[in-house]
Write a protein that binds this ligand. Structure first.
Ligand code: NDP
Length: 276
């Protein structure tokens, strides 16, 4: 169990990853992302989740390089975008991300979405990057069970992570169980359902009981469910608030109550139809 903001889980290749991090989707490059990443690291975050698609890797890199925390104490994730999939393209996209981030290596590189007909070739490039020591761990994002089965059927290196939309309205039970069995860590994107889930009575009730915010209850639920979480905020007091989830715990009954809020409701695309 993650008991502290800097506690780590061990991925299936032995690499340790913080269980809690900052997401920076839709945060503008420049001051906005530099301030958010800078504030997060100042307040103890050690994991940052970006992507080539977010167009803010330059700012993320600047904040990382200026934060004063040694590089090896940070955990930096980026992702290969759909238009860059394929073997050679992925190798090039990785180099472009590294250059923008101004880093010598990444901790985790993910396939952003399972582009039909291409994601296995993309994975071959990810395996090469991993074997060449340019990235400490490789994984996927937005993979359904059938995508994972397809990849696992002939990959050389197993993905360490599957980063998917996950919140109390989309609990991904079947996928989570599959990942657990395969020792692939589940990671939640849009853990706060983009801020659209704070008025659910069950969550408000539990939040009142512990004098915590609905956001804190949800993030605590992620951790107790052994799901790595990366809430996004550009607001310093929320960056602090979101990470202040280590002084209470939800009972089994409360965990179950939140699990039961599932509606299989997505804010983002379904991985089976995102590119139609
Ligand atoms: P989140 O579910 O993290 O919600 C972010 C929103 O909630 C923002 O509007 C933020 O506002 C608000 N918020 C954050 N904390 C609080 C709080 N304590 N109280 C009230 N409001 C709050 O959404 P994201 O979609 O950004 O998901 C998180 C991360 O996951 C992304 O940033 C990205 O790194 C990753 N992601 C990955 C995807 C993928 O395909 N792999 C897809 C989507 C996201 P404000 O910033 O104004 O404070």
């Amino acid at each position: 169990m993650i008991d502290h903001l800097q506690d780590t889980i061990t991925l299936n290749n032995g690499v340790k990853m913080p269980g809690f991090g900052l997401g920076v989707y839709k945060v503008e490059n420049g001051d906005a992302v530099e301030n958010a990443v800078g504030a997060a690291i100042r307040h103890g975050y050690r994991s940052i989740d970006t992507a080539a698609f977010y167009d803010n890797e330059t700012g993320v890199g600047k904040a990382i390089n200026e934060c004063g925390v040694p590089r090896e104490d940070l955990f930096i994730t980026s992702k290969v975008w759909n238009d860059d999939q394929g073997y050679e393209q992925t190798l090039q996209a990785f180099e472009a991300s590294l250059k923008k981030l101004d880093l010598e290596y990444l901790d985790l590189y993910l396939i952003h979405w399972p582009v039909k007909g291409l994601y296995k070739e993309t994975w071959k490039a990810m395996e090469k990057l991993y074997k060449d020591g340019k990235v400490r761990a490789i994984g996927v994002s937005n993979f359904h069970v059938h995508h994972l089965q397809d990849l696992l059927s002939d990959c050389e290196v197993k993905p360490v992570i599957n980063q998917v939309e996950y919140h109390p309205h989309l609990t991904q039970m079947e996928l989570h169980e599959f990942c657990r069995k395969e020792n692939i860590q589940l990671e939640a994107w849009s853990p706060l359902k983009k801020g659209r889930i704070f008025d659910v009575p069950t969550i408000v009730e539990i939040a009142e009981k512990y004098a915590k915010s609905p956001a804190q209850v949800i993030l605590r639920w992620d951790l107790q469910n052994h799901v790595v979480t990366i809430p996004k905020s550009v607001t310093e007091h929320r960056i602090i608030e979101n990470a202040d989830v280590f002084d209470f715990s939800l009972t089994e009954e409360e965990m179950e109550k939140i699990n039961r809020l599932n509606k299989n409701e997505r804010t983002g695309s379904n991985p089976d139809s995102f590119d139609e």
